[in-house]
Design a protein around this ligand. Structure first.
Ligand code: IMP
Ligand code: MG
Length: 186
């Protein structure tokens, strides 16, 4: 029977615990506060996945910051990158003469961030840097510099802490792999 009682039945393995994510976020927040002290900083969260990390990270930053959100789609419902990045919702604020820090859940092929960095750079910012909670360096297709990196993970499809599979599991507090039977259902 495939009645979904709760999400924990679908988890195969916990790769990164909520506690580890908390410590990592605190440390990145401390570094960012130091590096951008006295500068005008705009945090841009990448929806949907990046909002959980952004919410945690901004509360670990002790300098004044502005924030906005951009919504992109690159995957559809698949677990593989199509390489196509579509802007669904752009940021509203003017980033000219400001420092931009893009906040992502995970850098995989790097295609999304490469695209966003190029886009923001056309708008006259003082700098555009990247902060990610998770990194899968083995999967990189473009050479992209990740300025603030949380935790490196192996080449596995993960969910939780904002990351989804077919729209679900974003609300898991840990970063987990899913039981293969979940994919075979879809
Ligand atoms: P990239 O463009 O390949 O670097 O990845 C773009 C986005 O795809 C990431 O920011 C995630 O939102 C999503 N993504 C990549 N790998 C995974 C995964 O393992 N689980 C869920 N989403 C993923
Ligand atoms: Mg993302």
């Amino acid at each position: 029977m495939s009645v979904e009682i709760n999400m924990s039945n679908d988890i195969e393995e916990v790769l990164v615990t909520a506690e580890t994510l908390r410590k990592m976020t605190k440390e990145l927040g401390r570094r960012i506060s130091e590096d951008y002290a006295g500068k005008e900083l705009v945090l841009v969260g990448v929806l949907k996945g990046g909002f959980v990390f952004l919410a945690d990270l901004m509360r670990e930053i002790t300098i004044p910051v502005d924030m906005d959100l951009i919504s992109v789609s690159s995957y559809g419902n698949s677990t593989k990158s199509s390489g196509v990045v579509r802007i669904i919702k752009d940021i509203d604020i003017d980033i000219a003469n400001k420092h931009v820090l893009i906040v992502e859940d995970l850098v995989d092929t790097g295609l999304t961030l490469n695209h966003l960095k190029e886009l923001f750079n056309t708008r006259g910012p003082l700098s555009v840097k990247i902060c990610t909670a998770l990194d899968k360096p083995s999967r990189r297709k473009v050479d992209i510099n990740v300025d603030y990196k949380g935790i490196e993970i192996p080449d596995k499809f993960v969910v939780g802490y904002g990351l989804d599979y077919a729209g679900k599991y974003r609300n898991l507090p840990d970063v987990c792999t899913l039981n293969p039977r979940v994919y075979s259902k879809g």
